[in-house]
Design a protein. Sequence first.
Length: 260
Amino acid sequence: MKKWIIRIAVVLGVLVIVAIIAVALFLDSGIKKGVETVGPMLTKVQVKLDSVSLSLLSGSGKMKGLMVGNPEGYKTPAAINVGTAELAIQPSSILGDKVIIKNINVQAPEITYETDLKGNNLSKILANVQAASGGAESKPNTPGKTPEAKASRKLQVDNFLISGAKLNVSVSVLGGKSVTVPLPEIHLTALGQGPEGITAAELTKRVLQEIEKVAVQAAGTAVTDLQKQALDITKGLQLNATGGVDKATKNLGDLFKKKQ
């Protein structure tokens, strides 16, 4: 009887080791696939990730080459480009009901704020995420079955930091002329620490809301630079310097004042 118990224990031990090795081997590719699958589902734009590495033992990881595209109708190449993002996950939570992420540190991303004075790319992406998060809450949580289930898996993020970001302000009515300004640090804490956690859609919405808020404030400071460049732009647009361009930049300034 004891021999059978020992054999069963050995078999179970081997299965656990195999499972851990399998998770370790496919975790990185699984995260990459998840980002590129769930990301477009939430944002309705192209999302690409070059690579991701995550240690199952330490929980530390790094993502490289994250690109969030623009909605249809916008001309700039992408809304957000992230060269490197570091993260730290509680390893024991990876296979649990709620993944606990201790830290996410997004370093020096490039964010583009493109507007035609009627709307902007960041607001459009945020609206898409809000629609997706509202839909996800009404669907049953069946992990592993559908992309919607993956998007509704519980998360907890203790610290989310975006530092060293740059904002490219592009105005279509000014011939797509752009100005680059720095963005202040964005720091979110204690996301999803309750029993219900937070879904990927809800997390994305919170982050985008903060990005859009600081982007609008920073873009407002760039209006003066755009107005100074307006005279040069008129040569290409064949507009009177005291006419269409001045009116466009005034409208742009009024737009940012309303949003702040």
